[in-house]
Write a protein that binds this ligand. Structure first.
Ligand SMILES: *[C@@H]1O[C@H](CO)[C@@H](O)[C@H](O)[C@H]1NC(C)=O
Ligand SMILES: *[C@@H]1O[C@H](CO)[C@@H](O)[C@H](O)[C@H]1NC(C)=O
Length: 365
């Protein structure tokens, strides 16, 4: 057969095989990611710059074949192999207390840590409060931010929770940009005692009526804050089971074999575009990856030279004696991980690496 025709035929077969097993494979892959169904976020969450940077750094390192320690986050300065940006599931308390108690805004913050597995070690938990875009002028009153734990259960809609242990009290002269708070011990407590996670109480109070000359109504400042406030909890964990291996190094690409041995077992290039699978709706980065695959013959005469195991060698030897014993097959002998940034069904943004996603080398086994 004309070589280009055989390539076409192989491509057709692969597509057919992929389509038939896609549903099954997709379910298996989602379980592997710890998801029960395909995420279908209505809107993608804002991804902080730091997460994009980590993904970009890793992609660049992989492309340049630089050894990476995927269990240490250089950008954050902590050990970890799994980053979650947990969405806030809290709500606002609306009250008419503004004129009385100097309360500008009251909000419950709630982060569901149930996805964090018991065996994962927490290495970082940082609350980010985005107060809205920067502006060069600010004419409103000086504000004060108070963050405390909620220690007693409350019925929402009925009452405002009583603030418990105070976590932060700081003045916010210019309510804009992102404020960050270290909540490692709080998150640790919630992880160990999920029943005690009653959330946090965020209050923004009017500190004083600054003598600014121009008076902007307080309601405007508070309404603007309510519209733009966005809270999230950045949680970094380390899974010791995935982090005991020394980092692996990718080897140089396998040269395309000469035409005479094109049918022999070797690595074929395969780029997976997540868009082709419809996964671009929930995988934020990368857009796809070079997965590759192994294909080709494993004749006995060549089993020794195709990175085979002794077992494959024995199998190939037996095949020549007893054809009922199948021939050795072309399989990956070296794999490497990729990092993926995606959004789950609870609007959390997750960055983690997955082992064995890229075929680096093939052999007969
Ligand atoms: C936390 O998330 C889990 C899994 O999505 C869910 O079953 C559980 O009800 C949530 N807990 C709370 C308090 O919302
Ligand atoms: C076998 O491994 C070597 C490196 O160990 C690699 O250069 C070679 O391309 C591999 N052979 C195949 C068929 O993948």
């Amino acid at each position: 057969m004309d070589p280009s025709l055989s390539v076409l035929a192989l491509g057709g077969l692969l597509t057919l095989a992929l389509a038939q097993t896609f549903q099954f494979q997709e379910d298996a892959f989602l379980r592997f990611l710890g998801l029960d169904k395909t995420p279908s976020p209505l809107k993608l969450q804002r991804v902080p710059y730091i997460l994009k940077k980590i993904v970009q750094d890793r992609e660049a390192a992989a492309a340049n074949e630089v050894t990476q320690d995927l269990c240490y986050l250089r950008e954050l300065g902590v050990p970890g192999n799994l980053i979650r940006l947990l969405a806030d599931h809290g709500f606002y308390f609306y009250s008419n207390k503004i004129s009385q108690d100097n309360v500008c805004l009251q909000k419950a913050l709630f982060f569901n840590l149930s996805a964090v597995h018991e065996k994962e070690q927490l290495t970082m938990a940082q609350l980010g409060l985005d107060l809205g875009p920067n502006s060069y002028f600010h004419l409103g009153p000086a504000l004060e931010l108070s963050l405390s734990m909620v220690q007693e259960p409350y019925r929402w809609g009925r009452s405002t929770p009583k603030p418990g242990r105070s976590l932060a009290l700081q003045s916010v002269p210019w309510p804009q940009g992102t404020l960050r708070f270290n909540l490692l011990d709080v998150a640790q407590h919630w992880k160990n005692n999920p029943g005690k996670n009653l959330g946090l109480l965020l209050e923004i109070l009017v500190k004083d009526d600054r003598d600014s000359g121009v008076h902007v109504p307080l309601e405007d400042t508070c309404a603007r804050l309510r519209r733009s406030l966005h809270a999230s909890l950045l949680v970094v964990t380390l899974d010791p089971q995935q982090c005991h291996l020394p980092p692996r190094q990718r080897r140089a690409a396998i040269p395309v074999p000469s035409p005479s041995c094109r049918n022999l077992c070797h690595r074929h290039q395969l780029f997976i575009h997540f868009r082709d699978l419809g996964w671009h709706k929930w995988i934020i980065a990368p857009k796809g990856f070079m997965a590759n695959y192994c294909h080709g013959d494993c004749p006995f005469s060549l089993t020794t030279s195709l990175n085979s195991s002794s077992y494959a060698f024995m199998q190939a030897l037996m095949h020549t004696v007893d054809p009922q014993v199948p021939q050795a097959v072309c399989i990956p002998t070296k794999l490497s991980p990729i990092s993926m940034l995606y959004q789950d069904n609870d609007d959390n943004v997750i960055l983690r690496h997955y082992e064995d996603m890229v075929v680096d080398e093939c052999g007969c086994g």
